[in-house]
Design a protein around this ligand. Structure first.
Ligand code: IFM
Length: 442
């Protein structure tokens, strides 16, 4: 069986963590949280496998202490988690749900008691339904609403957080949810997409400004990236790949670091962006202390008939995960080297998510996920290759601590280092968890 590279194979101080998100594990039905657009999206036929929701999920809301014990016992240095906007502000604005804020307060203290660095993401996709009613990410006011939510969190938790990022994977919140319609709110509309993607950038910059004003430090951003390759070596495939890459990989990082949107995206977005969008870049480019990269897969791109962007995905030759994602660790080193060169320079980088879905089953009380160990080993080696090439990579978070609610896949996409039985809610560390624990020994 492949072994994970040990802690000692990385530079001194390199940080290892496990990542989760609120709606995917907490149990949104507990503790007075307000409804979110994921609840209504899931309740609409055809959107989510089995119409499953995060109402109970892993019941982390009640079992958080046991879960943090698992993080600490694995030898991780940090835990990446998120705050649910609707748990703290059930209507998205106005009255605070004290029980919700207290929950995160206990969680942060619980992390510190266990010697774990709390790495917070403010928003990991569960928009309060009341704000969705007002247009959600399509409404420019969302930046201010998000800023107000950020201030509440900063004032309560800011003194104890190790790091903060405003929004997880803005591509998913924008493109996947408003253009492809595969995540809440399930729209397929270019005007909605252009506006949502711009407002995500504005909300990101607004939140960074609020956090700095509240004295919170170590602020970053977390975007997802795919290694985009032409399906064939033709000019048409190369052109389609450039468009795909500009939308997926360049839009947000280019806005944050260079204060512009890629020309290839403006070809489609220009008529639909909100008036005066260019004036928002001073807010969007608020300086960052670090940048987080979520990486899972490569994509083979070909042209497609029809309107912009005219791109299609083709199957590739590499082995795939249970969700059909090609396993391509070299794509990670390639992206890291490229992002450092084109955007982030000396800014420290973190892998804020990386992992794979597998059809994990318990047999005799054990889950032998050798495929996940091989996946993690190969991607950690890709990190080492990037470090050797001069990339200032400072840490790696595995996605995810627990099997959890995998959005439109319901509970079928298991990404955890720890198996969760969704009937009994029993946690069972998988072989990958034990492999991580061994690799992280000091
Ligand atoms: O489960 C998700 C997570 O919420 C965001 N990044 C990708 C993961 C796997 O799909």
């Amino acid at each position: 069986m492949t072994a994970l590279p040990p802690r000692q194979a990385f530079p001194q101080g390199f940080l290892f963590g496990a990542a989760t998100s609120s709606y995917q594990i907490e149990g949104h039905g507990f503790g007075g949280a307000g409804p979110t657009h994921w609840d209504t999206f899931a309740a609409t036929p055809g959107n989510v496998k089995g119409a499953e929701t995060g109402a109970r999920a892993c019941d982390h809301y009640h079992r958080w202490a046991e879960d943090l014990d698992l993080v600490a016992a694995a030898g991780f240095d940090s835990y990446r988690f998120s705050t649910s906007w609707a748990r703290v502000l059930p209507e998205g604005r106005g009255a605070v749900n004290a029980e919700g804020l207290d929950f995160y307060d206990r969680l942060v203290d619980g992390l510190l008691e266990r010697g774990l660095k709390p790495a917070l993401t403010l928003y990991h996709w569960e928009l309060p339904a009341a704000l969705s009613d007002l247009g959600g990410w399509r409404n420019r006011d969302v930046a201010q609403w998000f800023g107000d939510f950020t201030r509440i969190i900063a004032q309560r938790l800011g003194d104890r957080l190790w790091s903060v990022a405003p929004i997880n994977e803005p591509w998913c919140v924008g493109w996947l949810s408003h253009f492809l319609g595969l995540h809440a709110p399930g729209l397929r509309d270019i005007r909605a997409t252009a506006r949502a993607m711009h407002h995500l950038c504005l909300a990101h910059g607004t939140a960074i400004g609020v956090l700095r004003a509240e004295g919170v430090s170590n602020l970053g951003a977390v975007c997802n990236f795919e290694y985009a390759l032409p399906a064939e070596d033709t000019p048409e495939c190369h052109a389609a790949t450039r468009r795909y890459d500009a939308i997926f990989n360049r839009f947000f990082i280019e806005a944050m670091f260079l204060g512009r949107y890629p020309e290839e995206v403006l070809e489609g977005f220009a008529p639909h962006l909100p008036k005066g969008w260019e004036q928002d870049f001073p807010t969007i480019t608020a300086p960052l202390d670090w940048f987080g990269i979520n990486y899972y897969t490569a994509k083979r791109i070909a042209p497609a008939p029809g309107p912009w962007p005219g791109t299609a995905e083709r199957p590739g030759p590499l082995p795939q995960t249970a969700l059909g994602w090609e396993i391509c660790p070299e794509g990670l080193s390639h992206l890291l080297i490229r992002l450092r060169r084109d955007y982030t320079g000396t800014t420290p980088l973190y892998i804020t998510e990386n992992g794979m879905a597998a059809e994990d089953r318990l047999r005799d009380g054990r889950c032998l996920d050798a495929d996940r160990i091989a996946y993690l080993a190969a991607h950690l080696q890709a990190c080492r290759a990037a470090i050797a090439a001069g990339v200032p990579l400072a840490g790696y978070y595995a996605w995810s601590l627990l099997d959890n609610y995998e959005w439109a896949e319901g509970y079928s996409g298991r990404f955890g280092l720890v198996h969760v039985d969704f009937e009994s809610l029993q946690r069972t560390p998988k072989a990958s968890y034990h492999a991580v624990r061994k690799a992280l020994e000091r």
